[in-house]
Design a protein. Structure first.
Length: 239
Protein backbone atom coordinates (compact mmCIF):
# COMPACT_ATOMS: atom_id res chain seq x y z
CA UNK A 1 0.00 0.00 0.00
CA UNK A 2 2.73 2.46 0.92
CA UNK A 3 4.62 1.77 -2.30
CA UNK A 4 1.47 2.33 -4.33
CA UNK A 5 0.73 5.71 -2.75
CA UNK A 6 4.37 6.76 -2.87
CA UNK A 7 4.63 5.97 -6.59
CA UNK A 8 1.43 7.87 -7.38
CA UNK A 9 2.74 10.89 -5.45
CA UNK A 10 6.10 10.68 -7.21
CA UNK A 11 4.48 10.60 -10.65
CA UNK A 12 2.30 13.58 -9.74
CA UNK A 13 5.41 15.68 -9.06
CA UNK A 14 7.69 14.42 -11.84
CA UNK A 15 5.28 13.77 -14.71
CA UNK A 16 5.52 15.73 -17.94
CA UNK A 17 2.17 15.28 -19.69
CA UNK A 18 -0.25 18.02 -20.67
CA UNK A 19 -2.27 17.15 -17.56
CA UNK A 20 0.73 17.73 -15.30
CA UNK A 21 1.20 21.16 -16.85
CA UNK A 22 -2.46 22.10 -16.38
CA UNK A 23 -3.65 24.01 -13.33
CA UNK A 24 -5.28 22.13 -10.50
CA UNK A 25 -8.46 24.21 -10.58
CA UNK A 26 -9.08 23.38 -14.26
CA UNK A 27 -8.61 19.66 -13.66
CA UNK A 28 -10.83 19.77 -10.57
CA UNK A 29 -13.62 21.46 -12.53
CA UNK A 30 -13.36 18.88 -15.32
CA UNK A 31 -13.26 16.02 -12.82
CA UNK A 32 -16.31 17.30 -10.93
CA UNK A 33 -18.23 17.72 -14.19
CA UNK A 34 -17.44 14.20 -15.39
CA UNK A 35 -18.21 12.75 -11.96
CA UNK A 36 -21.54 14.59 -11.85
CA UNK A 37 -22.50 13.14 -15.22
CA UNK A 38 -21.43 9.66 -14.08
CA UNK A 39 -23.55 9.87 -10.93
CA UNK A 40 -26.64 11.51 -12.41
CA UNK A 41 -26.47 10.06 -15.94
CA UNK A 42 -29.99 9.75 -17.41
CA UNK A 43 -29.04 6.64 -19.38
CA UNK A 44 -26.44 3.91 -19.47
CA UNK A 45 -25.04 5.24 -22.76
CA UNK A 46 -24.25 8.62 -21.23
CA UNK A 47 -22.58 6.83 -18.32
CA UNK A 48 -20.49 4.85 -20.79
CA UNK A 49 -19.28 8.13 -22.32
CA UNK A 50 -18.15 9.35 -18.89
CA UNK A 51 -16.54 5.98 -18.17
CA UNK A 52 -14.68 6.03 -21.48
CA UNK A 53 -13.39 9.53 -20.76
CA UNK A 54 -12.23 8.34 -17.34
CA UNK A 55 -10.09 5.66 -18.97
CA UNK A 56 -8.75 8.13 -21.55
CA UNK A 57 -7.75 10.59 -18.84
CA UNK A 58 -6.14 7.92 -16.65
CA UNK A 59 -4.23 6.28 -19.49
CA UNK A 60 -3.09 9.57 -21.03
CA UNK A 61 -1.53 10.53 -17.70
CA UNK A 62 1.02 7.75 -18.36
CA UNK A 63 0.20 5.94 -15.16
CA UNK A 64 1.25 2.26 -15.32
CA UNK A 65 -1.53 -0.25 -15.85
CA UNK A 66 -0.65 -2.07 -12.63
CA UNK A 67 -1.27 1.12 -10.65
CA UNK A 68 -4.58 1.71 -12.41
CA UNK A 69 -5.59 -1.90 -11.85
CA UNK A 70 -4.82 -1.61 -8.14
CA UNK A 71 -6.74 1.67 -7.78
CA UNK A 72 -9.74 0.43 -9.78
CA UNK A 73 -9.97 -2.91 -7.97
CA UNK A 74 -10.89 -1.31 -4.64
CA UNK A 75 -14.33 0.06 -5.66
CA UNK A 76 -15.12 -3.18 -7.49
CA UNK A 77 -14.43 -5.23 -4.37
CA UNK A 78 -16.45 -2.94 -2.10
CA UNK A 79 -19.35 -2.69 -4.56
CA UNK A 80 -19.64 -6.41 -5.30
CA UNK A 81 -21.89 -7.18 -2.31
CA UNK A 82 -24.12 -4.18 -3.01
CA UNK A 83 -24.44 -5.19 -6.67
CA UNK A 84 -25.46 -8.72 -5.71
CA UNK A 85 -28.05 -7.39 -3.25
CA UNK A 86 -29.55 -4.99 -5.81
CA UNK A 87 -29.52 -7.32 -8.82
CA UNK A 88 -32.95 -7.49 -10.47
CA UNK A 89 -32.18 -10.07 -13.14
CA UNK A 90 -31.02 -7.58 -15.78
CA UNK A 91 -27.50 -6.66 -16.86
CA UNK A 92 -28.18 -2.91 -16.86
CA UNK A 93 -28.45 -2.61 -13.06
CA UNK A 94 -25.06 -4.26 -12.27
CA UNK A 95 -23.48 -2.22 -15.06
CA UNK A 96 -24.79 1.04 -13.59
CA UNK A 97 -23.74 0.14 -10.06
CA UNK A 98 -20.22 -0.88 -11.12
CA UNK A 99 -19.46 1.76 -13.75
CA UNK A 100 -20.16 4.67 -11.41
CA UNK A 101 -17.59 3.84 -8.69
CA UNK A 102 -15.04 2.66 -11.27
CA UNK A 103 -15.40 5.94 -13.17
CA UNK A 104 -14.97 7.87 -9.92
CA UNK A 105 -11.82 5.90 -9.07
CA UNK A 106 -10.38 6.56 -12.55
CA UNK A 107 -10.99 10.28 -12.15
CA UNK A 108 -9.41 10.21 -8.68
CA UNK A 109 -6.38 8.32 -10.04
CA UNK A 110 -6.03 10.88 -12.83
CA UNK A 111 -6.24 13.81 -10.40
CA UNK A 112 -3.85 12.52 -7.74
CA UNK A 113 -1.49 11.14 -10.39
CA UNK A 114 -1.11 14.49 -12.19
CA UNK A 115 -1.49 17.05 -9.37
CA UNK A 116 0.86 17.56 -6.39
CA UNK A 117 -1.07 17.22 -3.16
CA UNK A 118 -0.59 20.86 -1.97
CA UNK A 119 -2.28 22.11 -5.15
CA UNK A 120 -4.97 19.46 -4.77
CA UNK A 121 -5.85 20.28 -1.17
CA UNK A 122 -5.52 24.07 -1.40
CA UNK A 123 -8.83 24.65 -3.24
CA UNK A 124 -10.57 22.14 -0.96
CA UNK A 125 -9.36 24.13 2.04
CA UNK A 126 -11.01 27.24 0.57
CA UNK A 127 -14.42 25.53 0.45
CA UNK A 128 -14.36 23.56 3.70
CA UNK A 129 -14.04 25.14 7.15
CA UNK A 130 -10.44 26.00 7.93
CA UNK A 131 -9.89 23.26 10.58
CA UNK A 132 -11.36 20.62 8.26
CA UNK A 133 -9.21 21.67 5.30
CA UNK A 134 -6.05 21.80 7.39
CA UNK A 135 -6.84 18.41 8.92
CA UNK A 136 -7.20 16.81 5.49
CA UNK A 137 -3.91 18.33 4.36
CA UNK A 138 -1.98 17.19 7.44
CA UNK A 139 -3.59 13.73 7.41
CA UNK A 140 -2.52 13.11 3.82
CA UNK A 141 0.97 14.43 4.57
CA UNK A 142 1.43 12.23 7.63
CA UNK A 143 -0.06 9.15 5.97
CA UNK A 144 3.15 8.26 4.15
CA UNK A 145 5.28 8.53 7.28
CA UNK A 146 2.87 6.37 9.30
CA UNK A 147 2.60 3.74 6.55
CA UNK A 148 6.37 3.62 6.26
CA UNK A 149 6.74 3.13 10.01
CA UNK A 150 4.05 0.43 9.97
CA UNK A 151 5.86 -1.37 7.14
CA UNK A 152 9.13 -1.33 9.12
CA UNK A 153 7.33 -2.54 12.24
CA UNK A 154 5.65 -5.52 10.55
CA UNK A 155 8.92 -6.42 8.83
CA UNK A 156 10.75 -6.39 12.18
CA UNK A 157 8.07 -8.59 13.73
CA UNK A 158 8.38 -11.14 10.93
CA UNK A 159 12.18 -11.21 11.11
CA UNK A 160 12.10 -11.70 14.88
CA UNK A 161 9.47 -14.43 14.79
CA UNK A 162 6.63 -12.28 16.05
CA UNK A 163 4.14 -13.96 13.71
CA UNK A 164 5.27 -17.49 14.50
CA UNK A 165 3.61 -19.81 16.96
CA UNK A 166 -0.05 -20.12 17.95
CA UNK A 167 -2.73 -17.68 16.79
CA UNK A 168 -3.11 -16.20 20.28
CA UNK A 169 0.54 -15.19 20.34
CA UNK A 170 0.39 -13.70 16.82
CA UNK A 171 -2.69 -11.66 17.71
CA UNK A 172 -1.02 -10.43 20.89
CA UNK A 173 2.05 -9.23 18.97
CA UNK A 174 -0.11 -7.61 16.31
CA UNK A 175 -2.08 -5.76 19.00
CA UNK A 176 1.11 -4.54 20.66
CA UNK A 177 2.41 -3.33 17.30
CA UNK A 178 -0.82 -1.47 16.64
CA UNK A 179 -0.56 0.15 20.06
CA UNK A 180 2.97 1.33 19.26
CA UNK A 181 1.69 2.90 16.04
CA UNK A 182 -1.13 4.69 17.86
CA UNK A 183 1.26 6.12 20.47
CA UNK A 184 3.70 7.15 17.75
CA UNK A 185 0.98 8.92 15.76
CA UNK A 186 -0.21 10.76 18.88
CA UNK A 187 3.31 11.91 19.75
CA UNK A 188 3.94 12.93 16.15
CA UNK A 189 0.77 15.03 15.98
CA UNK A 190 1.67 16.70 19.30
CA UNK A 191 5.16 17.60 18.05
CA UNK A 192 3.78 18.96 14.78
CA UNK A 193 1.25 21.08 16.68
CA UNK A 194 3.94 22.51 18.98
CA UNK A 195 6.28 23.15 16.05
CA UNK A 196 3.57 25.02 14.16
CA UNK A 197 2.92 27.25 17.15
CA UNK A 198 6.62 27.94 17.66
CA UNK A 199 6.96 28.96 14.00
CA UNK A 200 3.98 31.30 14.14
CA UNK A 201 1.17 29.30 12.57
CA UNK A 202 -1.17 31.80 10.89
CA UNK A 203 -4.27 29.63 11.06
CA UNK A 204 -4.07 28.10 7.59
CA UNK A 205 -1.75 25.28 6.65
CA UNK A 206 -2.14 25.13 2.89
CA UNK A 207 -2.23 28.74 1.77
CA UNK A 208 -0.57 28.27 -1.62
CA UNK A 209 -2.10 29.79 -4.74
CA UNK A 210 -0.46 27.59 -7.39
CA UNK A 211 -3.70 25.73 -8.01
CA UNK A 212 -5.31 28.89 -9.47
CA UNK A 213 -2.45 29.84 -11.80
CA UNK A 214 -3.90 29.27 -15.27
CA UNK A 215 -1.51 27.85 -17.89
CA UNK A 216 -1.66 27.40 -21.69
CA UNK A 217 -2.27 23.69 -21.10
CA UNK A 218 -5.67 24.56 -19.58
CA UNK A 219 -6.92 25.13 -23.14
CA UNK A 220 -6.57 21.37 -23.64
CA UNK A 221 -8.60 20.75 -20.48
CA UNK A 222 -11.28 23.14 -21.75
CA UNK A 223 -11.36 21.43 -25.15
CA UNK A 224 -11.73 18.06 -23.42
CA UNK A 225 -14.65 19.35 -21.39
CA UNK A 226 -16.41 20.80 -24.44
CA UNK A 227 -15.91 17.57 -26.41
CA UNK A 228 -17.23 15.54 -23.49
CA UNK A 229 -20.32 17.74 -23.14
CA UNK A 230 -21.04 17.51 -26.88
CA UNK A 231 -20.63 13.73 -26.84
CA UNK A 232 -23.01 13.39 -23.88
CA UNK A 233 -25.67 15.53 -25.57
CA UNK A 234 -25.28 13.62 -28.85
CA UNK A 235 -25.58 10.22 -27.18
CA UNK A 236 -28.51 11.36 -25.06
CA UNK A 237 -30.41 12.78 -28.04
CA UNK A 238 -29.78 9.77 -30.26
CA UNK A 239 -32.76 7.38 -30.08
Amino acid sequence: MIHLLAEVDLRANRGDTVWHRSSAIAKLLLGVAVLGVAVFAPSLRVLLVAHLLGWILALSSRMPLRLLAALVSYPILFSALFVIARWDGTWQTPALLLLRPVTASLLAAWLVGTTPYPDLFAPVARVLPRPAGDSLFLTYRALFALLQRADRLWRALRLRGGFAGPARRRLSHAGEGLGVLVIHSFERSRRIYETMHLRGHSGRVCGCRHYAEWTPADAFVLATGITFAAACVLVWRTP
